[in-house]
Design a protein around this ligand. Structure first.
Ligand code: GDD
Length: 439
């Protein structure tokens, strides 16, 4: 039997994902209309003899309660959230729930980082792992030499696929082959973590007796029960015939920033064409919008038949898209209103935002650049038009109530331009916005 474990981290991690992680834990942020963690969970379902899926993190239990109960019912596989009282590191977190994980006496444990986007070729990886006969197999990928230092870089034997050398995020280039954060282990992984814990304890004890200064530096170091899978387990076990690699030739990305979430949403939408075509909007029939490429529209969203949507657009629950609106490469979150003839391109529009008539919200589409896409956190856009003169006044006010309470006139033309900006929730602006982060 096989047990799957997905490491979801906690609120102190994923800070680069702000402002999108201010409203919802990062693992539940929607990509292609499904929570981020839903994609690895669906992939686990394809593993033969899967007994359980555990999510391990240090978010409050209530943040995941609704999701795990609905996904367990939907997939008819038990999915459970296990909460760490504090971060123990990627291997320490796994170890602290070893009794739960071993309840089903699994022969294999599939371990996944939740913030990676992949086709997760788990059944093939499992087969390869059994053939290698080691303790663990890592999914690996080739990336550009310039980007490799954001990941664990590794060297593998081209014949046997054995992991020969592993360095986590090295300063000098080692290899363009990197760790994808997807693993298969035998239960022996727990003994390996236990050995590291023991060594750490011994070292801490040694320091304690050696000198006061050393004791001080030891207290500043990571806690003795904090074990990182990469530095503490993979690096020392490389070259010992314990670890092997399986290279993916399909898509793989890391999801650390909002820009990457937009790109990954598109990758998952195109995967739906093969795996779940029923989730893609078809655009057939007179009463539906014009659909271009891969688009997801939540059943409760109302999209006007004269609007044009796609490619790479996902529209969440209760969103409304008005007549003549044009949406390209964007994520529209719950309860957003896009009014008539508004244009949204390369952007993420936050929960409950309202984009006025003839408004334009746009990024330049570079998902790696800090301001490559526009992100609006609960924002309203409006433009006043003064007689025939084209004067743009941009007001992004995030609390409609404060606007109404000021008693300002509401008879405004709704036209606004917002370019390459990030706007955090609960701010009121009355200046035009281009290449800005509004905190
Ligand atoms: N439960 C729990 N507890 N989860 C954790 C903890 C912890 O203490 N620390 C990290 N995680 C989770 C994160 O949420 C993430 O899903 C995963 O474990 C790895 O996070 P990090 O340890 O912060 O590493 P990283 O994401 O910067 O890099 C890792 O993944 C890359 C691939 O995306 C490394 O393994 C790299 O080598 C790898 O290339």
């Amino acid at each position: 039997r096989v047990v799957a474990v997905i490491m979801v981290g906690g609120p102190t991690k994923g800070t680069r994902f702000r402002p999108l992680s201010l409203n919802v834990p990062k693992p539940l942020f929607p990509l292609a209309g499904q929570p981020m963690v839903h994609h690895p969970i669906s992939a686990c379902r394809r593993i033969p003899n899967l007994a359980q899926i555990y999510l391990i993190g240090f978010y409050e239990e209530r943040e995941f309660a609704l999701y795990v109960s609905s996904i367990s019912n939907e997939l008819r596989i038990p999915v459970r959230y296990l909460r760490e009282d504090k971060p123990h590191g990627s291997a320490g977190g796994l170890y602290s729930f070893r009794d739960y994980i071993m309840e089903d006496s699994p022969s294999h444990i599939v371990l996944l980082n939740c913030d990676v986007c992949s086709s997760f070729p788990l059944p093939d990886m499992l087969e390869a792992h059994k053939k290698y006969g080691g303790m663990g197999t890592l999914l690996v990928n080739k990336v550009s030499a310039e980007s490799a230092n954001q990941f664990g870089e590794l060297v593998a034997d081209p014949e046997t696929n054995e992991l020969l050398h592993y360095t986590e995020k090295p300063e000098t280039f080692v290899s363009d082959l990197i760790n994808c954060g997807v693993y298969i282990f035998t239960p022996n992984i727990f003994s390996a973590i236990e050995d590291v814990l023991k060594q750490k304890k011994d070292r801490a004890n040694l320091r304690r007796v050696s000198s006061f200064e050393a004791l001080q530096s030891a207290t500043k170091a990571l806690p003795a029960d904090f074990v990182r899978l990469d530095q503490d387990i993979l690096s020392p076990l490389a070259g010992k015939k314990e670890l092997y690699t399986y290279q993916t030739l399909d898509f793989w990305e890391q999801i650390k920033t909002p820009g990457m979430s937009l790109r990954c949403s598109g990758l998952y939408l195109s995967q739906f064409r093969r795996t779940s075509p029923h989730l893609l909007a078809s655009g057939d029939g007179k009463r539906t919008a014009t659909i271009v490429g891969d688009v997801y529209i939540h059943p409760s969203a109302k999209v006007h038949p004269t609007s044009k949507i796609g490619p790479n657009v996902s529209i969440s629950a209760n969103a409304r898209v008005g007549a003549g609106a044009r949406l390209i490469n964007c994520i529209i979150l719950d309860d957003v209103e896009i009014m008539e003839n508004a244009v949204v391109i390369h952007s993420i529009v936050g929960w409950k935002s309202s984009i006025g008539k003839w408004s334009r919200v746009q990024g330049e589409g570079d998902h790696n650049a800090k301001l490559g896409i526009t992100i609006l956190g609960k924002t309203q856009t409006r433009r006043f038009t003064v007689s025939h003169t084209e004067i743009f006044v941009i007001i992004l006010f995030l609390e409609l109530t404060s606007y109404i309470n000021t008693g300002e006139a509401v008879d405004v033309e709704d036209e606004v331009v917002v370019v390459n900006s990030i706007v955090l929730p609960n701010k009121t602006l009355n200046v035009s916005v281009q290449e800005e982060i509004i905190l």
